[in-house]
Design a protein around this ligand. Sequence first.
Ligand code: CDM
Ligand code: ATP
Length: 298
Amino acid sequence: MTAPQTTLTLPAPAKLNRMLHITGRRADGYHELQTLFQFLDHGDTLHFSLRDDGKIHLTPALPEVATEANLIVRAARMLQTDRGCRLGADIRLDKRLPMGGGLGGGSSNAATTLLALNHLWQLGLSQAQLAELGLSLGADVPVFVHGHAAWAEGIGERLTPVELDTPWFVVLHPGIAVATASVFNAPQLTRDTPHISMARALQGGAPAWRNDCQATVCERYPEVAKALDWLSGLAPTMLTGTGACLFARLTDERQADSILQRVGSDWHAFKAKGCNLSPLHAALGCHVTPAKGQAEHH
Ligand SMILES: C[C@](O)(CO)[C@H](O)COP(=O)(O)OP(=O)(O)OC[C@H]1O[C@@H](n2ccc(N)nc2=O)[C@H](O)[C@@H]1O
Ligand SMILES: Nc1ncnc2c1ncn2[C@@H]1O[C@H](COP(=O)(O)OP(=O)(O)OP(=O)(O)O)[C@@H](O)[C@H]1O
């Protein structure tokens, strides 16, 4: 018999919204989206060690986030409460993803925490149960829990797995954070794009895709507009989520390297490859099948 596992190191990858339409606004203020999510082979790393005293101890603290508000701590506490679990964990976060970047870093950290602690604490929750718990932490948590590129509807929780092209990207961070809520509250935001079918969205492919938040974000944040202007001159470029990050779709890795060499010192950029299987699930050795509820969309 093997001893139960007490430590685990796992990635928390970034996501891109390869396209994003806003189709309406719900009574609770949240917006209805149609979006294509894909993961990147670039992100944060989390290290977990089991504690038997119930404490959740996260290091290092993030400069702008109180520890109790950190989505990692909130995800851990939510699991403890939901399952009446008396175990705890020491968690170390190697943060690489910019915050407020539209790369879903916070949601990804939460999803990695849910999967890791479900495993270390031997709770036996299904991916569908973890995704449901995680949704209250952030609209992007479910896709990170399920771990497959997806067509998403609702506020991002109704997921259908898809296979997208997997190009190299350069992701450019214009050096500012965009507050998601400020974009969704902007009066001029396009929020009446007609619903389209998933088949139609996929048919056009990348050249046809757009992000309904892009015009509003560029109006409100001139730094994003400037970075978009520059990167668009080199390759087809789009905003991810509500920004601030932009991503350029490239023909190969060499083009990525040549763009990276030209990025000025005001901006931060990295190259990454699109992945349809999340690096988290690849690391866990998960065989991702459309989980119950994941393939059910309306
Ligand atoms: C735009 C996306 O990045 C697309 O992937 C995500 O839907 C945003 O997800 P997120 O950052 O996890 O957002 P949340 O933390 O859930 O929401 C932040 C705020 O943005 C607004 N919000 C968010 C998502 C959504 N579908 N409609 C909204 O109106 C709400 O005012 C909410 O209070
Ligand atoms: N572990 C965490 N990592 C990052 N942000 C966190 C974390 N915990 C709480 N937050 C808070 O969540 C906010 C959003 O962070 P996140 O990195 O997910 O932004 P984002 O990339 O814009 O996400 P999205 O694409 O989902 O809008 C941060 O500004 C921060 O205040």
